[in-house]
Ligand binder design. Structure first.
Ligand code: TRP
Length: 349
């Protein structure tokens, strides 16, 4: 496993970007609105890739149900919300396809076929699944759909013949498992019907929540993409800094300091941030002044997103049209992949 992760990251260094022949696919579970962690980690690179390569963003509502079936209505409600977030940050539906997983029945059929190529033991060994099972406290009550979601994700990726998947490093095992399935399908078909894919890792480290823990909607420690000025103020004020940095004149720690993590991710002037780090380390820079700078940086980033989101939210029919057109385009691709994979299983009569 670790050897494969290394192989992936070395390949990423060589070709840290995608080229025009690449096909890009990423997905988000619609369990809440997107936040600044999503922006730093993936939305920014999706914006950069837009127009350069074929790109699809999949709103993975079926995957969200694998651990949230009791919250189905909430998942359904968040589908258009995630689409609004995409559009608000500047995803252009004329250049990037936005599609909804549950509307692409070919993906479900691909999943059923791929399930024959994967053992339960292999799924239980998937490090991402393992970590999530622990996090959710499933123990022996793992929903079968949850255990199998890497297979459904392989269907998402191959259903678009994707070659590049921009994800966080927690998703590397998913890419690896997808490529195992790809090789098996190609072996069955005795032809290269599916391309292998590689991860495109974000160069920004994962952005923590304001309390320094993993950013999550349920912990209320993430800054929403369209936070109000008040929310920004409140969340920046609450940010974890260095508990040993009591007076402005005390030397402070930069590592593990959430304010610096956000400045590193979003401040347009990295030279100035480095100077602030020096002053903070040496003593003489207070948390209040530092947080005031971050508030300004975040408000400048968020204000146009918030305005555009509010404008789009008044035009639900437009958002629905975008999804309908995206689903139609995505369906055509996924159906053609399904034809090939059915052929590999001798189901092409
Ligand atoms: N598993 C991803 C996450 O939790 C979401 C996702 C679903 C995805 N399908 C995908 C990511 C396909 C990349 C490709 O964030």
């Amino acid at each position: 496993m670790s050897a494969n992760i290394l192989a992936h990251s070395r390949a990423d260094e060589r070709r840290s970007q995608a080229d025009e022949t690449d096909v890009i696919l990423t997905g988000d579970r619609p369990t809440g609105s997107l936040h600044l962690g999503h922006y730093a980690g993936s939305l920014r690179s999706r914006l950069a890739l837009q127009g350069r390569c074929a790109q699809t963003l999949l709103i993975a509502d079926l995957q969200a149900l694998t651990d949230s079936s009791g919250r189905a209505a909430q998942v359904a409600r968040h589908v258009p919300e995630v689409a609004l977030d995409y559009l608000a940050v500047g995803i252009d539906p004329a250049r990037t396809t936005i599609a909804v997983q549950s509307r692409l029945s070919a993906l479900a059929e691909l999943t059923v076929l791929y399930l024959n190529l994967v053992t339960v033991a292999r799924l239980e060994r998937n490090p991402t699944v393992k970590a999530e099972v622990e996090l959710r406290g499933f123990e022996r009550d793992i929903p079968a759909g949850f255990l199998c979601y890497p297979v459904s994700q392989a269907a998402d990726i191959t259903g678009f013949r994707a070659t590049v998947v921009p994800v966080g490093d927690d998703q590397l095992p998913m890419i690896e498992q997808t490529n195992e399935i790809v090789r098996q399908v190609n072996r069955l078909a005795k032809a290269s019907v599916l391309p292998e894919c590689r991860a495109l890792l974000s160069s920004t480290p994962r952005l923590p929540g304001v309390d320094g823990r993993k950013a999550s909607k349920s912990l209320g420690n993430a800054i929403p993409l369209s936070a109000t000025p008040d929310e920004i103020h409140r969340l920046v004020r609450a940010m974890y800094t260095d508990p040993g940095h009591v007076r402005a004149s005390d030397p402070g720690r930069v590592e593990g300091n959430v304010v610096f993590a956000y400045l590193d991710a979003f401040d347009p002037d990295p030279t100035a941030v480095n100077e602030l780090k020096e002053r903070y380390r040496g003593g003489g820079l207070g948390d209040v002044a530092l947080k005031r700078r971050l508030e300004g940086v975040l408000e400048a980033l968020v204000a146009p997103i918030r305005a555009r989101r509010a404008e789009l939210a008044r035009d639900r029919a437009y958002v629905m049209d975008v999804l309908r057109a995206g689903n139609e385009r995505a369906n055509a691709t996924a159906e053609s992949v399904l034809r090939d994979v059915r052929g590999a299983f001798a189901l092409d009569a």
